[in-house]
Design a protein around this ligand. Structure first.
Ligand SMILES: [Zn+2]
Length: 287
């Protein structure tokens, strides 16, 4: 069922595990993630970037597809449909379209403006029973054309944003979107610890989950991370499986060109990736 992310994340924070946010790009992606969540009896968050929303013909198309799919597939585990790195305008559009959760990424604004805009959206979400994620300290790498410098968040600023009543907080701790460079310095656990000390029970969000070693993921969860975003890893798995199918010439055998056959290995690869992440994050059987 479609729910806000509030309850699942508060439970995760208290239970010391994390719920995965997996970004969707189309019907196959959505179906693969929903079915895996149901099979693993895990709560799940479907992430939609503004670019992916545009690609899928708008946020209303996405919201209606997800709701219908939950219904038709008989998905009973908690599912949140979440705007990823939303602009102020994008957040309002998603609220209107029927999303159950939004992220307002005001990390590129001066802190005063980030606070003012986040405060307004918190009010709207509270009234409608939606969850809202805010961000402090830009996350490194590129996401839909937005380049972040990989800042390390100021714990005091995190506390100011957390106190506005947001549901969960993303803080830059040296994490990066996309593939990590070979000379990456790793996560800043000292900063994460300081943020958790100040924000208490607030679920913290780790973006750029692709390529962070398992031991660092586990340590981050032990320091209060309750939501981990995975995007690139599903894309890489899908592309590799599709490449293998075509390079083996399977699209040229019989009806192997049928999109339902051609896309099937990629779908299975996404399912395997999602399952592996749910096991690592500890969300299996936590629905
Ligand atoms: Zn992100």
């Amino acid at each position: 069922m479609l729910v806000s992310a509030k309850e699942m994340l508060n439970k995760a924070k208290a239970g010391k595990y994390a719920v995965g946010q997996f970004n969707i790009n189309n019907l196959e992606w959505t179906k693969a993630i929903l079915l895996t969540a149901q099979e693993q009896n895990s709560p799940v968050i479907l992430g939609v970037s503004e670019g992916a929303g545009k690609y899928m013909c708008g946020f209303k198309t996405v919201a209606d597809m997800v709701k219908a799919m939950i219904d038709e597939l008989g998905i009973t585990v908690p599912v949140a449909l979440h705007l990823d790195h939303g602009s102020y305008e994008g957040a309002k559009k998603c609220i209107e379209a029927g999303f159950s959760s939004i992220m307002f990424d005001g990390s590129h604004y001066p802190i005063e403006e980030n606070i003012a805009k986040t405060r307004e959206l918190v009010g709207v979400c509270e009234e409608l029973g939606l969850s809202i994620e805010a961000e402090v300290g830009a996350i490194g790498g590129e996401e839909d054309g937005v380049i972040g410098g990989g800042e390390v968040a100021d714990p005091g600023e995190c506390k100011m944003i957390a106190d506005l009543g947001v549901t969960m907080l993303a803080a830059g701790i040296g994490n990066i979107h996309g593939k990590y460079p070979a000379n990456w310095a790793g996560l800043r656990f000292d900063t994460l610890d300081a943020i958790q000390q100040l924000t208490g029970t607030m679920p913290l969000v780790l973006h750029g989950g692709t390529g962070i070693p398992a031991d660092m993921i586990k340590k981050a969860i032990s320091l209060g991370v309750s939501k981990i975003n995975v995007n690139t890893e599903c894309q890489l798995a899908f592309a590799a499986a599709t490449r293998e199918y075509i390079e083996a010439g399977k699209d040229l055998e019989g009806k192997g060109f049928d999109p339902r056959k051609l896309l099937a290995p990629g779908v299975e690869a996404i399912k395997a990736t999602v399952k592996e992440k749910m096991e690592l994050f500890g969300s299996v059987n936590k629905a």
